[in-house]
Design a protein around this ligand. Structure first.
Ligand code: GAR
Length: 197
């Protein structure tokens, strides 16, 4: 069995979409894969409650309790690696995990570390993507699922979804429109990755 570990910081709606797809499409039988744990850097992340309701192991690790990024990332990696099986290292999915990861961490999980970003990369890496897309006068916006490499919000693209930017859109309205697409493309991209591995 291949374990999937999902990292979150907030509401965890992408995590929930992946958990639901894994159940609905029987990833256990199809890909010998299961969502084994959801970890958060925030103890009050709503997604932790949601994951626990699905019977998934949850854990939080407060980044503020560590001296620096490297120390936090090393502790996080230790937790993640508990989900390695004799045959497989875990697949690590970032789903609204609002932390920049150190190069050591990224390299440790190379080719098995995936992120979803709420823009059509390479446009708008970083924060406030929806406001920046509206301010730039973009007619379309979207989301990108990509393999994580050390440079922030870069790395080979696995999937993208495009939505229109509508006249009068607020960042919140656009974010909600993009999020519905994130919930479709993230599970699809992970399934494809599992299929190809
Ligand atoms: C999602 O829109 C995701 O793309 C974004 O945070 C939101 C998390 O929502 N991620 C980033 O901005 C990463 N830089 P969720 O917790 O409901 O899945």
């Amino acid at each position: 069995m291949k374990n999937i570990v999902i990292l979150i910081s907030g509401s965890g709606s992408n995590m929930a979409a992946i958990v639901k797809a894994a159940k609905r499409d029987n990833w256990a039988a199809k890909y010998q894969a299961k969502v084994a744990a959801v970890l958060s850097n925030k103890a009050d992340a709503k997604g932790l409650t949601l994951a626990a309701q699905h019977g998934i192991a949850t854990e939080s690790l407060d980044h503020k309790a560590f001296a620096n990024r490297e120390a936090f990332d090393a502790a996080l990696a230790q937790r993640i690696d508990r989900y390695a099986t004799p045959e497989h290292p875990p697949l690590v999915l970032l789903a609204g995990f609002m932390r920049i990861l150190s190069t050591d961490f990224v390299n440790r999980y190379a080719e098995r570390l995936v992120n979803i970003h709420p823009s059509l990369l390479p446009a708008f890496p970083g924060l406030h993507t929806h406001k920046r897309a509206i301010d730039a006068g973009c007619k379309v916006a979207g989301a990108t699922v990509h393999l994580v490499t050390p440079e922030l919000d870069h790395g080979p693209i696995l999937a993208q979804a495009v939505v229109p930017v509508l006249p009068g859109d607020t960042a919140e309205a656009l974010a909600a429109r993009v999020l519905t697409q994130e919930h479709l493309i993230y599970p699809q991209a992970v399934a494809k990755l599992l299929q190809n591995q």
